[in-house]
Design a protein around this ligand. Structure first.
Ligand SMILES: Cc1cc2nc3c(=O)[nH]c(=O)nc-3n(C[C@H](O)[C@H](O)[C@H](O)COP(=O)(O)OP(=O)(O)OC[C@H]3O[C@@H](n4cnc5c(N)ncnc54)[C@H](O)[C@@H]3O)c2cc1C
Length: 445
């Protein structure tokens, strides 16, 4: 990009789900058309992007055990996935099958009912569940599972396509899309800092009244790079960059062993326990594929060169080394079909297999951050999808706009605060230690 100093109203850094949805809702908000720049290191139609939001497909569900507020928000989003012509072409309501070892399914079901929300969900005992979907899951691993939540109103979205369509619509309505890598934020003021824009790695300065960071897994690193000697700006233990491996298995024409992929739901299985979090499988008939994710979630801890502070960040390099997938991570992803379908069905005939490590920003409560940054005026954070943020693409920007104008509901302000109390299930736990370290000796054995 050529050098210029450009005074803007809103500068959104990062065009994943959070940035794209914010840009769209800003230009659609009432009042005079604001000047909005959406800036990302990658063009939105680039053949490869590092964004967690850039993916083959993503689960769209409204079963949440964490709080009825999350359920309500997910239902709001899901309704738009079904009905809004911008999103509905990419949404497929195939249902979901969640084999769980905890009381997740009961709480998720209760959250729906207590909120007077139309559930679509039903809890099955394991033996009953094995018979569903023509028995395709009957040989799965249910060793520590004590119930299955089936929700016929869940599904998946074609992620890359929906994200690109959202950005194209924002641009059509007046948003300026720029490609460039932000090296640091610009600050002015002595006693109280004000963020006045960003500096790109080629030295270009872009000024703005309000800077919104939607930089996903890179957020904590960018904040530390920008103000190495000011801990007030650092994310500290609020945000952790965490990776997970995903895989796409493209089947031969006869690959699915007679099972019609169009009839399968999204499936999640809490087994094998002890290795980490749950594994999942999303059917993707369009590519005659299954997409999986493994159950090892990991951090990549580096020593920050300017502060000496240990921080988790995506691997350095233009594409986060996302296609460098070690054998242990491949085995981790491939445990997903065995856990979900059982060994027989998992040995379907595969034509091509693609593996990728995907990085997201995670908070201690797994709630997003949608809030002013307490260390500088003019700086706002809207990111931290915590591995469940994609489904909110149609609505999340509306709430970011409310936050920017000081109109966000107090309960949501508290839920998505920069400084929050960590209580309930997550209180008192060593948040960072829950994730393995992405060191070669752990990941390559
Ligand atoms: C494997 C995997 C599976 C998932 N499955 C689901 C699912 O099924 N359903 C669901 O709801 N959620 C799912 N999620 C979570 C969801 O994808 C994320 O929470 C969400 O996409 C995060 O969006 P974001 O906008 O915060 O970040 P991202 O999508 O990561 O976007 C951040 C953007 O910031 C840009 N950026 C970063 N640093 C800079 C810089 N310095 N300069 C310029 N640009 C920069 C990046 O290029 C990127 O485009 C999954 C996540 C992963 C990793």
């Amino acid at each position: 990009m050529s050098s210029s100093t450009n005074k803007t109203t809103y500068l959104i850094v990062g065009s994943g789900v959070f940035g794209a949805s914010t840009a769209l809702h800003l230009v659609k908000s009432s009042g005079p058309l604001p000047k909005v720049i959406l800036l990302d290191r990658d063009h939105f139609s680039a053949p490869r992007r590092v964004a967690a939001s850039w993916d083959w497909n993503k689960v769209i569900r409204s079963d949440y055990a964490s709080s009825p507020l999350s359920t309500k928000l997910a239902l709001e989003a899901q309704q738009l996935w079904r009905t809004d012509p911008l999103f509905s072409p990419y949404y497929h309501e195939c249902g979901s099958y969640w084999a769980s070892h905890s009381d997740f399914r009961d709480v998720a079901d209760r959250n729906m009912k207590e909120g007077g929300m139309e559930t679509g969900g039903k809890v099955y005992a394991v033996d009953e569940a094995r018979l569903l979907y023509k028995g395709v899951f009957k040989d799965g691993n249910y060793s520590q599972v004590n119930g299955v939540l089936v929700n016929t109103k869940s599904g998946y979205a074609e992620a890359k396509e929906a994200l690109e369509a959202t950005i194209e619509e924002a641009v059509r309505l007046g948003v300026t899309y720029l490609t460039g890598e932000v090296a640091s934020l610009l600050f002015e003021g002595d006693d109280r800092l004000r963020c006045s824009g960003v500096r790109l790695d080629d030295g270009t300065a872009i000024e703005a009244d309000k800077v919104i960071l939607s930089t996903g897994a890179y957020t904590a690193k960018l904040l530390m790079d920008s103000a190495p000697h000011n801990p007030e700006i650092h994310a500290g233990d609020r945000i952790l960059a965490v990776g997970v491996t995903e895989g796409l298995s493209v089947l031969t024409p006869e690959g699915a062993k007679g099972v019609r992929m169009e009839e399968l739901p999204v499936a999640v299985n809490d087994n094998p326990r002890g290795k980490g979090f749950e594994v999942g499988c999303q059917p993707f008939p369009k590519l005659n594929s299954f997409k999986y994710w493994g159950n090892m979630l990991f951090r990549n801890t580096i020593t920050h060169p300017l502060t000496g502070i240990a921080i988790s960040a995506p691997p350095a390099g233009p594409d986060y080394s996302q296609y460098v997938v070690t054998p242990v991570l491949e085995r981790d992803v491939l445990s997903a079909p065995r856990s979900i379908f059982g060994p027989g069905m998992a040995e379907y005939s595969v034509k091509e297999q693609i593996f990728r490590v995907c990085w997201d920003a995670v908070t201690p409560t797994r709630d997003f951050v949608i809030a002013p940054h307490s260390g500088a005026d003019g700086l706002f954070i809207a990111t931290c999808g915590s591995f469940h943020g994609f489904k909110f693409l149609p609505v999340i920007g509306k709430y970011v706009v409310e936050m920017l104008s000081g109109e966000l509901d107090p309960a949501l302000q508290q839920k998505w605060a920069w400084d929050r109390e960590v209580t309930g299930d997550y209180g008192g736990k060593d948040f960072i230690a829950e994730y393995r370290s992405f060191v070669p000796e752990v990941m390559s054995t």
